[in-house]
Design a protein around this ligand. Structure first.
Ligand code: HEM
Length: 512
């Protein structure tokens, strides 16, 4: 997911390409020849320049990175190499190869690559579930997150946080519609609702809307500075990026200053039970204060706790909200889907508020959400993998310093695996014509949460959030297009997740 987006490079590209690329290429080429490298049999890929490799071809294409990759597949096959400066990127887009890597050879492909300097700062040198190398730190942090926060029992305990967030969402939509002639932004509101749930699970302290918005703004700023830069791929250029490096530290300090007071507030509430009447009975923070990490004697520092909390908030916010945006787009495009959803909700719950417990009794809703995650996986690349030792895949070498990327739509849009994959058709699941195991245990047909050892630990919680939010939004409002005469534009853009290029606005009508 930390793949390069051409937009993040374009401001630098014009500045640097002509002036520096070839001079620097020559210099580093001379250096690298001295050190001598073993000839590897890497997967095929477009020819590139010495040292810079394909970096500038990607940037100059003007296409989002996922689009660039999509166009490479028919030319070079299901496993492709891109040389991105000093990084070798190997992209896998075929179900069998992905299954072989993440299941059959799962242990070998379960690590993460080295970080760029910005990510090293924000991950506290890989002290997070998602960035940790495959090993003791990862095991400890992941076990803590899964067992103490994301197990089925724990999830149930946070039901009231979800109910509250859903009520807030409905109120916000009503208020926005009232102020804008019935028109609302979909992504922004969905994002806010899911962020409220995660915030309350994470910090266990009450926050007013102003504080929620402050934390949200700060998280967005972090995501912006985490966008890859040219010097991440060509470290020799780093002297030209001192301003950006300074900015990274500013944002990191701002992140710490925003979140540490919340951490301290919770610490005080735990140390003095009963002192804070608004404190929740349990939160992710509580598990972090004294988490035991194999190979470490001390508890995490405040800076490390900031990092771990941010991971929890970031992992589940944009991903879930993105799914909702595409869902509403599809319902507007095909009003029959919306009618069938609404009829199912009414048949199942009558006049009362739809609840997460009702979801399992709604096969059509389940089919819509599954088709949504097939056709619009919120991230097109799983998080970057790396091998723990030199490996082979499809007869090619996979070196330990390569970034291994899994291109998810390559699988879920594959006409060899799906009939009519281009069509958004919940009936493929509802009528049982097709099926897939989204955990990838039985095969990789659609794996929006990845698969294998690094599969998203938030899978269960995320699917509860998507089902519940969609059901509630359809129960409360009728959704139609805005502007009314226009067709929904399903173009995509990369913004951490793959969102609608023109952020979806919809007209809502409260149900009678
Ligand atoms: C619709 C919502 C979500 C989607 C589509 C999604 C997708 C993914 C994907 C594709 C990966 C990478 C798997 C791999 O490396 O092969 C991942 C990892 C991860 N996700 Fe999610 N995710 C979602 C929600 C969440 C939520 C709600 C949380 C927790 C609050 C979360 C936390 C994480 C973490 C910590 C990892 C790293 C796991 C590891 O490296 O061991 N995600 N997710």
């Amino acid at each position: 997911m930390d793949s390069l987006s051409s937009s993040s490079l374009s401001p630098y590209y014009h500045l640097f390409f002509t002036a520096f690329a070839f001079i620097i290429s020559g210099l580093i080429f001379a250096f690298s020849r001295k050190s001598g490298s073993k000839k590897l049999n890497l997967p095929p890929g477009p020819p590139g320049y010495p040292v810079v490799g394909n970096l500038f071809q990607v940037a100059r294409s003007g296409k989002p990175f996922f689009q660039y990759v999509r166009e490479l597949i028919p030319k070079y096959g299901p496993i492709v190499t891109l040389k991105m400066g000093t990084r070798t990127m190997i992209i896998i887009s075929d179900a069998d190869l992905v299954y072989e890597a993440l299941n059959t050879k799962g242990q070998i492909f379960a690590s993460r690559p080295r970080e760029n300097p910005t990510r090293t700062i924000f991950s506290c040198d890989k002290f997070t579930v998602n960035a940790a190398l495959y090993g003791a730190v990862w095991r400890s942090l992941r076990r803590n997150m899964v067992q103490n926060m994301l197990s089925a029992t724990r999830l149930k305990e946070f039901k009231s946080a979800r109910d509250l967030a859903m009520d807030k969402l409905v109120d916000r939509l009503k208020a926005e519609a009232a102020a804008n002639g019935g028109v609302v932004s979909v992504l922004k509101n969905a994002r806010f609702a899911v962020f409220c749930i995660l915030l309350s699970m994470c910090f266990g302290v009450e926050m007013d809307e102003k504080m929620i918005e402050k934390v949200d703004e700060m998280m967005k700023t972090v995501l912006i500075v985490l966008d890859p830069r040219l010097d991440d791929y060509l470290p020799i250029l780093s002297p030209f990026f001192s301003k950006q490096r300074k900015r990274v530290w500013e944002v990191r300090n701002q992140q710490i200053q925003t979140l540490v007071p919340l951490i301290e507030k919770r610490r005080r509430a735990i140390e003095n039970p009963g002192s804070d009447k608004t404190a929740a009975s349990f939160s992710y923070l509580d598990t972090l204060f004294d988490v035991k990490v194999e190979g470490r004697k001390s508890s995490p520092t405040n800076a490390e706790i900031v990092t771990l909390c941010s991971e929890f908030l970031n992992g589940g916010t944009d991903t879930t909200a993105t799914a909702i945006e595409w869902a509403v787009g599809r319902m507007i495009e095909n009003p029959t889907i919306q009618t069938r959803l609404y009829d199912e909700i009414r048949e199942t719950v009558g006049d009362r508020k739809v609840d997460e417990k009702d979801v399992e009794k709604m096969p059509y809703l389940n089919a819509v959400v599954k088709e949504l995650l097939r056709k619009h996986p919120p991230t097109y690349f799983s998080l970057t993998h790396a091998v723990t030792e030199p490996a082979k895949l499809a007869g090619y070498d996979i070196p330990t310093d390569a970034n291994v990327e899994i291109f998810l739509p390559g699988i879920s849009d594959d006409p060899k695996l799906w009939s009519n994959p281009e069509k958004f058709d919940p009936d493929r699941f509802f009528l049982g014509r097709e099926d897939a195991d989204i955990t990838g245990v039985k095969g990789a047909k659609m794996i929006p949460f990845g698969m294998g050892r690094r599969i998203c630990p938030g899978l269960n919680m995320a699917t509860v959030h998507v089902h519940l939010m969609l059901a509630r939004m359809v129960q409360e409002f009728g959704w139609s297009g805005y502007p009314e005469e226009g067709k929904v534009d399903f173009s995509e853009k990369l913004e951490f997740t793959v969102v609608m290029k023109n952020s979806l606005r919809a007209k809502i009508t409260p149900r009678a």
